[in-house]
Design a binder for this molecule. Structure first.
Ligand code: ADP
Ligand code: MG
Length: 366
């Protein structure tokens, strides 16, 4: 058997109203998630939102206070960690300093009683998998941070687990190295067909790496979906603010037309997308991404079907690939507008009046 190309090497995972309390502290207060075989799912959330605790319960290092964890349809809550057959990588590599790279990677095989010759073969394969074929005889201290983390990944997959858990595995590395390793881990995931759960607080990492992202806040999953869906259709204010940047406008519901809601914002009528159908007269908030707002001069006539309002430019910052404007509506609300920079575009100056426009499709009720 070789490590690569296994059509069904990934486990399905089902978390059912999982909870964990430490005394009065609810670290995880109800997490339900279903992962398909071979899926790459990321738990994304701020520090303290319960990501690590969730992972520790799946791995078996923490017992749930309530709820169930099933792997391939079988409940594992009463199973010790080693019997769950799960690979794990942590932020601080946790390699054994007194063992060589090859010995580190071979360690889980030794624990499982795999004979020496088979161990040597599997370790060699795992080293190749992470492109460290020539490094088996080195000690961890002789390797860079990125290389050590690749060793940790090799050690986590050498015994062919069907599920790989990664807790901020790239958190200690610099940006360039982190981005390289993100791509490498995507490749590894595709090659092995293993189911992966990644924990990170880094939204870019989550959006880049995952099939789906589960956003966590205060011990709960507040939204789960494909990266684009989370960005374009955040279902609440927390997600809209945590993933990317958002402008928030207070609004009063005036009318409903199928999936569009007409709201009044500071006297102007604007259209927003909704799946929730809030009642007429309700006070709600709409969110708009800064890069979806545009200055409206020259964009007049029947071709433009959009939302529109008047603003005063308060600040203009040139950021290389784009200009970032701080605007103020006549009602006193601050808005950020990001415009791709171009030598052909006139730069706005503070104090200037302008009209801005944006599409109802980019106006989300949160
Ligand atoms: P994250 O990984 O998202 O940063 P954690 O799962 O580590 O969050 O922690 C969630 C919450 O549970 C935090 O408020 C944390 O302080 C608390 N917590 C985690 N582990 C313990 C523990 N062993 N004892 C008491 N509180 C804990
Ligand atoms: Mg954590």
């Amino acid at each position: 058997m070789s490590l690569g190309h296994h059509p069904s090497r990934g486990a399905s995972v089902s978390l059912n109203t999982l909870q964990k309390s430490y005394g009065k502290v609810g670290a995880v207060t109800g997490v339900s998630l279903d992962l398909q075989s071979g899926e790459f799912l990321t738990l994304l959330g701020p520090s303290g939102s319960g990501k690590t605790t969730t992972l520790m319960m799946i791995a078996g290092f923490e017992a749930p206070s309530a709820g169930d964890i099933a792997i391939d349809g079988v409940s594992v809550v009463d199973m010790p960690p080693y019997r769950r057959n799960i690979g794990m990588v942590f932020q601080n590599y946790a390699l054994f300093p007194h063992l060589t790279v090859a010995e580190n990677i071979g360690f889980p095989l030794k624990q499982r009683g795999v004979p020496k010759a088979e161990r040597t073969r599997l370790v060699g394969e795992a080293l190749e998998l992470v492109h460290l074929g020539a490094y088996g005889g080195r000690y961890p201290r002789q390797m860079s941070g990125g290389q050590q983390q690749r060793v940790a990944v090799a050690r986590a997959v050498v015994f062919k687990p069907r599920l790989l858990l990664l807790d901020e595995p790239l958190g200690a590395l610099d940006k360039q190295l982190r981005e390289n390793l993100q791509l490498e881990m995507r490749r590894l995931h595709a090659e092995l067909g293993i189911t992966c759960i990644l924990v990170t607080h880094d939204q870019d990492e989550a959006l880049t790496m995952s099939d789906r992202v589960a956003v966590m806040h205060e011990g709960k999953v507040v939204q789960v979906g494909h990266p684009e869906a989370l960005y374009d259709r955040p279902s609440n204010r927390f997600v809209a603010g945590f993933i990317g940047e958002s402008n928030f406008l207070p609004a009063l519901v005036r009318g409903l037309e199928s999936d569009v809601v007409v709201v009044e914002c500071e006297g102007a009528l604007i259209r927003a997308m909704t799946s929730q159908r809030p009642p007429i007269g309700a006070n709600i908030t709409v969110a708009i991404r800064p890069e979806r707002l545009r200055f409206a001069d020259g964009l007049v006539g029947p071709g433009v079907v959009g939302n529109r309002t008047s603003v005063t430019v308060r600040e203009a910052v040139f950021c290389g690939e784009r200009c970032r404007y701080l605007l103020e509506t006549d009602g006193g609300t601050s808005l950020i507008l990001k415009e791709p920079s171009s030598a052909a575009t006139r730069r706005r100056v503070p104090g200037e009046r302008a009209d801005i426009t944006w599409s109802p499709a980019d106006t989300i009720v949160v």
